[in-house]
Write a protein that binds this ligand. Structure first.
Ligand code: HEM
Ligand SMILES: *[C@@H]1O[C@H](CO)[C@@H](O)[C@H](O)[C@H]1NC(C)=O
Length: 287
């Protein structure tokens, strides 16, 4: 009797609390994200996988999430972090995403992570990750020194990632995003050099070519991770198995996209991402 009463009371209390503290709760992804996805598809997908602006979108997710104190807080778009020297190369994607935020009234932090998930999908063979919406934007500029640099050693990078709850496997998997990357400012005499020979394709060529030192351009940081006692075996595993890499990359990317975010009342918007892998249309030949 007592137990039943207690149970009945607690469920009434829960209902009352729910009704009084929460506005009608949205549980399905707002349709605006499907409109945004259509526009992003137009911007990101070239004839041969992800275009330059899509690659910059993937990088932007990392740059928004790493600087404290807010982590994934949209401050790349809202607080002039684009003016930092380490942000060079992301001006176009930042302008594009600022425009979407202004026109559709969505959050800056959400816009950045959504665009990155979409951009990864726009690379040939790009996987789909889960994307949740509902981050809180910040209006405090982040700490520029929190952005890892290509001259950093694996020890420094491991510590920086660990401080954010990202482990050895997460770090080693996340740098695999350099499979769709060019560099412009690390060595300006080789501006435009790609980090593997297939920058439009989401593949393990990056890991293989860093290991063999045969990529057009390689960062010291990536070499260091490929050789460090704590990451070399993981790196080698990814170089030999694309399935294994994707199995580790996707959750690591999702984890990175939630740094500093409280996962309360977030809405799953995975359904608004392109459902099908982007089918590359055969290039038109005119004869
Ligand atoms: C481990 C630490 C990392 C370092 C030191 C690093 C460093 C760099 C540097 C120096 C560039 C070239 C910028 C330029 O000169 O144009 C770059 C490009 C890029 N990075 Fe990273 N990165 C790291 C991790 C990541 C992560 C975690 C991601 C995403 C998951 C990422 C995605 C990219 C992409 C997609 C590009 C290419 C951008 C383009 O082609 O415009 N990087 N990174
Ligand atoms: C590659 O990785 C997947 C996923 O972990 C695993 O199931 C598969 O056995 C691996 N393949 C090889 C050849 O090791």
């Amino acid at each position: 009797m007592h137990l039943n009463t207690a149970l009945a009371w607690s469920s009434i209390a829960a209902t009352v609390a729910y009704a009084s503290t929460l506005l009608p709760r949205q549980t399905t992804c707002p349709p605006v994200w499907s409109q945004i996805t259509q526009e992003l598809s137009g911007a990101f997908e070239g004839g041969k996988g992800c275009e330059q602006i899509a690659r910059a979108a993937i990088r932007a997710a990392f740059h928004d999430c790493f600087p404290g104190p807010g982590f994934c807080d949209g401050s790349l778009l809202t607080n002039n972090e684009i003016d930092w020297p380490v942000s060079r190369g992301m001006e176009d994607i930042v302008a594009l995403l600022q425009d979407k935020v202004a026109r559709y009234g969505v959050g800056n932090a959400d816009m950045i992570q959504f665009a990155a998930a979409h951009a990864i999908r726009s690379c040939t063979d790009g996987p789909q990750s889960r994307i949740k919406i509902g981050r809180t934007d910040s209006h405090t500029q982040g700490i520029q020194a929190d952005i890892p640099q290509a001259s950093f050693t694996a020890d420094t990078l491991l510590a920086s990632f660990a401080a954010r709850g990202l482990d050895h496997t997460d770090l080693t998997a996340l740098i695999g995003a350099h499979t769709c990357a060019n560099q412009f400012f690390e060595d300006e005499s080789q501006s435009g050099a790609s980090l593997d020979t297939t920058p439009g394709t989401w593949d393990i060529t990056f890991y293989q070519q860093v290991a063999e030192q045969s990529a057009p351009f390689t960062f010291q940081s990536d070499v260091s991770i490929s050789r460090h006692r704590d990451t070399a075996a993981i790196f080698g595993g990814f170089a030999g198995n694309v399935t294994l890499w994707e199995e580790k990359f996707v959750p690591a990317m999702e984890k990175m996209g939630m740094l500093g975010v409280t996962d309360v009342d977030m809405i799953d918007c995975t359904s608004a991402l392109p459902h099908q892998p982007v089918v590359t249309p055969p290039e038109e030949t005119q004869e």
